[in-house]
Design a protein around this ligand. Structure first.
Ligand code: GDP
Length: 320
């Protein structure tokens, strides 16, 4: 019975005990854990996470270092849940942005139950691979060495060299694009997880806020179109995200650059470049969300945003 003519029920107060959600009521022996995916940029970390969880979530791109934030992919099965932490590329930090990326990667390692150290068999082991290997060796959790891009190395490429760098852990060979070796890797990952109830509801595939993934997709579109002119000076901040009753998503975002001259490049003659970026970004967003998107993009100059810790935090890069 409605309490008054407005039809609003009287406030009954908080229930005394939060009931355990159904999805945490699981059989004995259920496993769950965090899997940190580390390795230098472009070895295929995002691609591997995508194929392991079976959903295209973490944006992948031929432009190195576009994965700057931690993106989680969650795989929920009847008896196990693997939470993949796709860390920013590990490299020698020179600027505050680089330092924050490394900090985010460190945090992922501290929380991890398993570490996947991913390398690319087609490229000679380098300094950044050595750093990733060191981190895997220093992590408290067990580690696997994942030698990816085997489709590019019919003769094994630099596989043996990588195996010699990390001889003490199990090795798995994969191709994230062809899918070879992925079922074996997944089986080993699930077997290595500790016994835990699931951390997330089974229908949840990522805990990254939609707007963060949205910003990443817009940035990816901008980088694909501007690659030659502005390698890494572009950031994106989603300012507004609303779902209209007609099912359309209204999204307004800032494309942030470091200098006035870059603003001109992003906007282009008569606004044409910004329009093209907007169209490509909207396609990517609609593809990902499965809904129609209205995208409002504006360009703003934040002088030297990559060097300013406050701006970096505002942009959502991991801080302390
Ligand atoms: P990340 O920076 O380590 O996350 O790397 P990405 O997953 O973004 O992959 C970087 C590039 O390598 C993309 O162009 C991918 O399509 C490509 N790539 C990833 N895995 C493989 C693989 O197994 N084989 C081949 N041929 N390309 C791959």
């Amino acid at each position: 019975m409605p309490a008054d003519e407005s039809g609003i029920e009287p406030w009954a107060g908080e229930p005394e005990d939060e009931p355990t959600p159904d999805w945490q009521d699981v059989p004995d022996g259920h496993k769950a854990g965090y899997v940190a995916v580390i390795g230098r940029p472009n070895v295929g970390k995002s691609s591997l996470v995508n194929i392991l969880i079976g959903e295209p979530l973490a944006p992948t791109s031929p432009v190195p270092q576009t994965t700057r934030r931690r993106l989680l992919g969650i795989l929920s099965l009847d008896l196990a849940q693997a939470v993949f932490v796709d860390t920013p590329g590990i490299h020698q930090p020179r600027q505050p942005l680089g330092k924050m990326m490394v900090r985010a990667a460190d945090q992922a390692l501290i929380d991890a139950d398993l570490v996947l150290c991913v390398v690319d068999c087609s490229r000679e082991p380098g300094e950044e691979d050595q750093l990733a290997v060191q981190r895997a060796q220093q992590a408290a959790a067990p580690a696997f060495l994942v030698i990816n891009k085997l489709d590019l190395c019919p003769d094994g490429g630099f596989r043996a060299g990588f195996e010699a760098l990390l001889p003490e852990v199990p090795h798995y060979g994969t191709s994230a694009t062809a899918g070879t070796g992925v079922p074996e890797l997944l089986e080993a990952v699930l077997a290595a997880l500790p016994e835990n109830p699931p951390f997330f509801p089974p229908d949840q595939v990522t805990d990254v806020f939609e707007r963060e993934v949205g910003a990443e997709l817009i940035r990816e579109a901008a980088l694909l179109l501007l690659q030659q002119e502005l390698p890494h000076a572009v950031a994106v901040k989603v300012e507004d995200w609303k779902e209209r009753p007609n099912g359309m998503i209204y999204l307004s975002a800032l494309v942030i650059v470091e200098r006035e001259s870059q603003k001109g490049i992003v906007i282009g003659k008569g606004g044409r470049m910004l329009k093209t970026i907007g169209t490509l970004a909207r396609e990517k967003l609609e593809n990902w969300l499965g809904q129609r998107v209205y995208l409002d993009l504006r360009v703003k100059v934040y002088r030297n945003w990559r060097k300013d810790e406050n701006t970096l935090r505002w942009l959502g890069f991991a801080g302390e």
